[in-house]
Design a binder for this molecule. Structure first.
Ligand SMILES: Cc1cc2nc3c(=O)[nH]c(=O)nc-3n(C[C@H](O)[C@H](O)[C@H](O)COP(=O)(O)O)c2cc1C
Length: 166
């Protein structure tokens, strides 16, 4: 295992998590970088792994969960984006789910989450739902959240991440 190098691996369908990965990549010294890019096997041998996920059903996406479940004796910095946000408790709940997929021989050296915009089709679905009298009570909150997510990850999100990395 390479103890003097790091790798950044991420899963990103629509580019939000990739933005965070890029920010980490820009912040860390290039000479220590063994690998930067999409999740791949075999997993790079650096002990220190920055692993990025997007949130699917309140947990990391499947590709990331599969990767995490294979790791042993690594140092892991977890980062991710979620369509919902606004409370640290929400992010903590997701991170708790993600961490339960990680073997105890690994050490979590850091974690970071922020909101990430969702595709316009999601808003259209909410608006359609609202037209139905039997729509969920929180439909307006869902639409508000969608609109709030549109600007994320924003410059502040990137800055906060960069400050944790260094
Ligand atoms: C199939 C699917 C399921 C999702 N499930 C959730 C979820 O349970 N909770 C949440 O906060 N966001 C959810 N999202 C929103 C994404 O996690 C969010 O937009 C994320 O920033 C996407 O990251 P990416 O651009 O790196 O792919 C979901 C998105 C998709 C496409």
């Amino acid at each position: 295992m390479k103890t003097d190098q790091y790798s950044i691996l991420f899963s990103s369908l629509t580019g939000n998590t990739k933005k965070l990965a890029d920010a980490i990549h820009e912040t860390l010294p290039e000479e220590g970088c063994e690998y930067f890019g999409a999740i791949k096997t075999p997993v790079p041998s650096s002990e220190l792994l920055y692993i990025g996920f997007w949130t699917d059903k309140g947990n990391a996406d499947n590709e990331t969960l599969t990767l995490l479940s294979t790791l042993k004796n690594r140092r892991i910095f977890l980062f991710g984006t979620a369509g919902f946000g606004g409370s640290d408790a929400y992010f903590q709940k997701i991170l708790g789910n993600v961490k339960s997929a990680i073997d105890s021989s690994n050490t979590i050296v850091g974690e970071y989450m922020c909101q990430g915009k969702m595709p316009q089709s999601v808003r259209e679905r909410y608006v359609k739902m609202k037209e139905n009298p039997e729509h969920p009570d929180n439909i307006d909150t869902l639409i508000e959240n969608f609109d709030k997510a549109l600007s994320h990850p924003d410059a502040d999100d990137m800055e906060r991440l960069k400050n944790i990395i260094i």
